[in-house]
Design a protein around this ligand. Sequence first.
Ligand code: TYM
Length: 328
Amino acid sequence: MQKRVLSGIQPSGELTLGNYLGALRRWVSMQDKNESYFCIVDLHAITEPQDPQDLRRRTRDIAALYLAAGLDSAKSIIFVQSHVRAHSELGWILNCMTPMGWLERMTQFKDKVAKGSAERVSVGLFDYPVLMAADILLYQAHLVPVGDDQRQHVEFTRDVALRFNHRFGDTFTIPEPLIGDTGARIMSLSDPTKKMSKSDEDPSGTIALLDPPELVRRKIMRAKTDSGTEPRFDDERPGITNLLEIFSALTGKSRAETEAHFAGRGYGDVKRELADATITALEPLQREHQRYTDDPAELDRELRKGCERASVVAEQTLRDVQEKVGLR
Ligand code: TYM
């Protein structure tokens, strides 16, 4: 049986190598065998302040990157979350069935609150996992390919679905997170104890997918490493471990093969080869991205088509839920 797959990325910053290796690249290989839905989650992006023009530009930009990376609208349904109203509507219904305590336990929310004051954090940010549950459950997805940081949100979605099914009868498919063996947690180049993140204010730690080759090389050559000399995966040495991890994910080599590849060589060699491998991987992506960016009308047509196809499926689930809850 074909499985249904759903995943998404927030247009809250420029996409990074972490987004590519942890998510986007893996989606491309899944679309041949599965019924796949990939969205740009703009409603999630506005849980934190966004400049309206930037948000609009990034939404298109990410759509162009999805296509440039190899997502194909003949195989996958590619759409913008806010275009399909059922996401907000199911989100509200699920809100009313979700205990506050479940959301208070979400580590990503706790981290964000720890960084800013609780006064400035929006209700939307607190509630964000419920909207993510709606994204997944509307399409009855079996599999959710994500990076490691989203594991807890998919587990939360399972809990929401199980609770609903228990109370109202079988309604939602219980989804599973699908997390890669390599590349699921790419760390910042300037602080390898922190995740590489598109919302990082320090650009030196982040490789953006559209960074020009010279900049990619400079950032990698300046990446923070530790005092060791031998390139090995080692929890005590997060800097070199992160560079080796990126190399493994980009080249498809296992960790053991990567260590063997660099045996007897120094950190400088790792950085040079990693810069080459990254530039080579990004070159076709950047070229194709430009092609889609040059034709925004075509991009909009793709997104309109995606919205129409996604809406049919989403509306069906929403109607079922409304009936079960007593709203119809
Ligand atoms: P977002 O936009 O933060 O990230 C998009 C995807 O990229 C992965 N990722 C990483 N993987 C490896 N290393 C990193 N440093 C790294 N940074 C990000 C994320 O795990 C994710 O897979 N809440 C989600 C978006 C979302 C979603 C959904 C995902 C909304 N609805 C439904 C799946 C299904 C988010 O903020 O991802």
